[in-house]
Ligand binder design. Structure first.
Ligand SMILES: Cc1cn([C@H]2C[C@H](O)[C@@H](COP(=O)(O)OP(=O)(O)O[C@H]3O[C@@H](C)C(=O)[C@@H](O)[C@H]3O)O2)c(=O)[nH]c1=O
Length: 189
C-alpha cells in the first residue's frame, strides 16, 4: 500500500509507502509501479543510485540532465535525514522557478517523485545520511548540469554547520543566468 499525494508543483508527488511493523522491525514496499500509474506517473526507471554524505550540512545539487537524457527521479532516504528539493525549470511553466522541499528520513520513509524538467538537490541533516533514488534515464555526463543551490530562494534548513559542497556545485551558475533546456508542455489556449 502506497499513499501518493500531489504537491503544489504540478507533476511532483510526495509518496508514503505503508510500513508494516512487528517485533522484528518493519516491512515496506518501496516501489509499486501500479500505485504510481494510478496517480498518473507513467515513468519507467532504468538506473538506481545510492550515495552517502558523511557530514550533516552536505549539499548536493541543484542538478539536472538535459534532453535527450532528462531524468525523472524517485527519491528516498536510506539512513539519517535529508531535506530534498525540486525546482521547476521548464521554460514557460506557470510555476517556473518555484520549489518544494520535504524532509525525507529513514524514520518517515517518505519519497519524492520529481519529473523531468526539474532541478533536484538535497541537504543532509544528520551525519552519515544515505540517499537512494531511481532514475528514468542513464547517467549522461555530457548532459549533466548544476545550478547554484542558493540562487533559487529555497529556504534551506538551518543546521548551524558550514555547508559542504563539491567544487562543481560550489561554482555552479546562478538560476538567473541559467538557460533552461526544458520546455513546459502547456495546454494550448
Ligand atoms: C550521478 C552519477 C555520478 N557518477 C559519478 C561521476 C562522479 O565521478 C561521481 C560523483 O558524481 P556527482 O558529484 O555528480 O554526484 P552527486 O553530486 O551525488 O550527483 C547527484 O546529485 C543529486 C542531487 C542528483 O539529483 C543526481 O541526479 C546526481 O546529479 O559519480 C556516475 O558514475 N553515475 C551517476 O549517475
Amino acid at each position: 500500500m502506497v499513499d501518493v499525494k500531489r504537491t503544489k508543483l504540478d507533476g511532483v508527488f510526495l509518496i508514503a509507502p505503508k510500513r508494516f511493523g512487528d517485533v522484528r522491525g518493519f516491512f515496506a514496499e518501496t516501489y509499486r509501479r501500479d500505485a504510481l500509474r494510478k496517480a498518473g506517473i507513467e515513468t519507467e526507471f532504468v538506473q538506481d543510485n545510492h550515495s552517502l554524505s558523511h557530514a550533516a550540512g552536505t549539499v548536493r545539487g541543484l542538478h539536472y540532465q538535459s534532453p535527450p537524457h532528462a531524468q525523472a527521479k524517485l527519491v528516498r532516504c536510506g539512513r539519517g535525514r535529508l531535506f530534498d528539493v525540486a525546482v521547476d525549470a521548464r521554460a514557460g511553466s506557470p510555476s517556473y522557478g518555484h520549489w518544494v522541499g520535504y524532509e525525507l528520513s529513514f524514520e518517515n520513509g517518505r519519497q519524492l517523485f520529481i519529473p523531468e524538467g526539474f532541478l533536484h538537490g538535497f541537504m543532509s541533516l544528520e551525519d552519515d545520511t544515505e540517499i537512494v533514488y531511481k532514475c528514468s534515464d542513464h547517467y549522461a555526463p555530457d548532459c549533466d548540469g548544476t545550478v547554484h543551490w542558493q540562487s533559487c530562494g529555497i529556504e534551506w534548513p538551518k543546521t548551524g554547520l558550514a555547508p559542504l559542497l563539491s567544487e562543481k556545485d560550489a561554482a555552479a551558475v546562478r538560476f538567473s543566468a541559467f538557460e533552461s533546456p526544458f520546455v513546459h508542455a502547456g495546454v494550448p489556449a
